[in-house]
Design a protein around this ligand. Structure first.
Ligand code: CP
Length: 319
């Protein structure tokens, strides 16, 4: 169903909603297209005319720093016009439904919706209802998916470690509530890594997590052993119901990444984090700012990867 929604009859990427259903060729095509946009940021005029005349709507129902701004910059670097809808001061606060909001924006002849929403499936819902010329990109829906984040993470890994087949990737933290982790796991397995490990207390791992194609560990030292890439996740307190942890202090003691613990991983391992980081909760400052960290590089790559996804879904580059 999702594949049918994302890819049209001719196999073109029409919407980008989830990594699931996309094969390795598609993931590599997105990364190759992003690589081709890398030089735009070095130009005197940081623009290419691929989406000139198109209108992109950033429709964010949840807070965001990195995703919203990099989507806006990506659209502007493709020469699109951008509308940022501030939901806090929109008619949503007067009871307007999601579909009515979308229908009204559609009436303004827009071409793309970039959607972040607290409900899993919100971007799929919009994709099923928009006019045929409109593309929808999922910028994070509930606990379900954050596919452009996963692709910028894969792009960052590939820049440093191009042979995915030899990699051990360890994802640490609140896996249960993380849409980022779900999308990363699908992408890593599709790209053929040697092993994906997830490390968390039992209360922060989904039931039967192994069915996603990962090895589950409850001990950080075990999970870090010989890892090539360590991805840290924050505690998603806004999605937690009930007490799932004794305290943040206790979480850091057991699962926080310190310089000493990182010695278990490979000497050239990458430390990643989708942000926002909570220093002293899941990661020590000395690691977040240290020599293994590519956290800010991830943010920068978000622009090229989002340019790629926008250009591909609009049919502005060969898909
Ligand atoms: N990684 C990420 O989604 O960050 P924001 O919430 O700031 O967009």
């Amino acid at each position: 169903m999702t594949s049918a929604l994302q890819l049209d009859d001719s196999g073109r990427l029409r919407h980008f909603l989830t990594i699931e259903g996309l094969d390795r060729v598609w993931l590599e095509r997105i990364m190759d297209t992003a690589a081709s946009f890398g030089s735009v940021a070095e130009q005197k005029v940081k623009k290419v005319p691929l989406l000139r005349g198109k209108t992109v709507v950033n429709l964010f129902f949840e807070p965001s720093t990195r995703t919203r701004t990099t989507f806006e910059l990506a659209a502007k670097r493709l020469s699109a016009d951008v509308l940022n809808i501030n939901v806090a001061v929109s008619a949503t606060t007067k009871g307007e439904s999601l579909i009515d909001t979308v229908r009204n924006l559609e009436a303004m002849s827009v071409d793309m919706f970039v959607v972040r929403h607290g409900a899993s499936g919100a971007a799929h819902f919009i994709a099923r209802h928009v006019a045929p010329h409109i593309s929808v990109i999922n910028a994070g829906d509930g606990r379900h998916a954050h596919p452009t984040q996963a692709m910028l993470d894969m792009f960052t890994i590939r820049r440093h470690k191009p042979d995915f087949s030899s990699l051990i990737v360890t994802i640490v933290g609140d896996i249960l509530h993380s849409r980022v982790a779900r999308s990363q796991i699908h992408a890593l397995n599709t790209l053929g890594v040697a092993e994906v490990r997830v490390v968390a207390p039992r209360t922060l791992l989904p039931v039967a997590v192994e069915s996603l194609g990962v090895r589950a560990c409850h001990d950080l030292d075990e999970g870090l052993e010989d890892a090539d890439v360590v991805i840290m996740l924050r505690l998603q307190k806004e999605r937690m119901q009930g007490a799932l942890l004794p305290s943040e202090h206790e979480f850091f003691r057991c699962f926080g990444l310190t310089r000493q613990r990182l010695r278990r991983a490979k000497p050239d391992c990458l430390v990643m984090h989708p942000g926002p980081i909570n220093r002293g909760v899941e990661i020590a400052s000395e690691v977040a700012d240290g020599g293994h960290s590519v956290i800010l590089e991830q943010v920068g790559h978000g622009i090229a990867v989002r340019m790629a996804v926008m250009a591909l879904t609009m049919g502005a580059v060969q898909g």
